[in-house]
Design a binder for this molecule. Structure first.
Ligand code: SAH
Length: 228
């Protein structure tokens, strides 16, 4: 079972989309578990202050290190992984999602305002992960993205286990085009090879399509693929 523990100022956002469909079912089946920690509950003053102005100037606010550290220290056991969702972090990709899907517990910190005080990141051995080169208003939507990518890799969550292995990024390529019924739709037919029943030929066709799409759309992935 994977325990996802979310540190947030908005616990009411969760489980949100992660509580529905197959993921909701997987929650009920205890394939994964969600705990939300309201950072505000760990504020130290009577006004429940969680943020303050930045040293050195600037108009933004930061989450205070004492409050955030207090929320971590009161909830974490031993050496669990702690991730701060941050645009400065290493980029989330399928490989990282796969690695994280093997953890027992992941603690995710959702920032707000300008982010969090650097000292808490340093002192609690926190890893930073970004979901892409853009800036969001808060880490919650990034946490949804990250957990969505992780949970679907947990055994038993998706019905068809083989479908995961054939997806985009699994072999360093983007996925080939796929088709379903009807066989003719708006006068467009499905590629003949897919109706041939010849599995080897279908496999070759899919690989060549994957290669062409990757070369065309993602030169970065294509270069890496060619090297391997
Ligand atoms: N001042 C920061 C941005 C803060 S955005 C900077 O320039 O780097 C507010 C919060 O949104 C962050 O604390 C983080 O938790 C979240 N966030 C924003 N963009 C993100 C991204 N690309 N990936 C993950 N989390 C992000």
């Amino acid at each position: 079972m994977l325990l996802a523990r979310i540190f947030t100022l908005y616990p009411e956002f969760f489980p949100g989309p992660l509580g529905k469909g197959l993921y909701g079912k997987a929650l009920a089946e205890k394939i994964w578990k969600l705990e939300t920690i309201n950072i505000r509950d760990y504020a130290i003053d009577k006004h429940k202050t969680v943020d303050d102005t930045t040293y050195g100037g600037g108009s933004g606010m930061l989450i205070k290190p004492d409050v955030l550290a207090n929320s971590l220290d009161k909830n974490l056991n031993s050496k669990e992984k702690i991730i701060y969702l941050s645009p400065k972090g290493k980029l989330l990709n399928q490989k990282l999602a796969k690695e994280l899907s093997k953890e027992k517990t992941i603690n995710l910190i959702c920032g707000h305002f300008e982010g969090v005080d650097q000292r808490v990141i340093d002192s609690r051995n926190i890893e930073e992960v970004s979901i892409g080169d853009f800036v969001l208003s808060g880490g919650e939507s990034a946490a949804f993205v990250m957990l969505d990518a992780i949970i679907r890799l947990l055994p038993g969550v998706l019905g068809n286990e083989t479908s995961v292995d054939e997806e985009s990024f699994e072999n360093g390529l983007l996925e080939y085009p796929q088709y379903t019924k009807p066989q003719i739709w708006e006068e467009k037919t499905v590629p003949d090879v897919l109706l041939s029943g010849d599995h080897a030929k279908i496999k070759d066709w899919r690989l060549s399509q994957s290669e062409a799409i990757t070369r065309d759309r993602r030169p970065d992935l294509w270069q890496k693929y060619k090297k391997n």
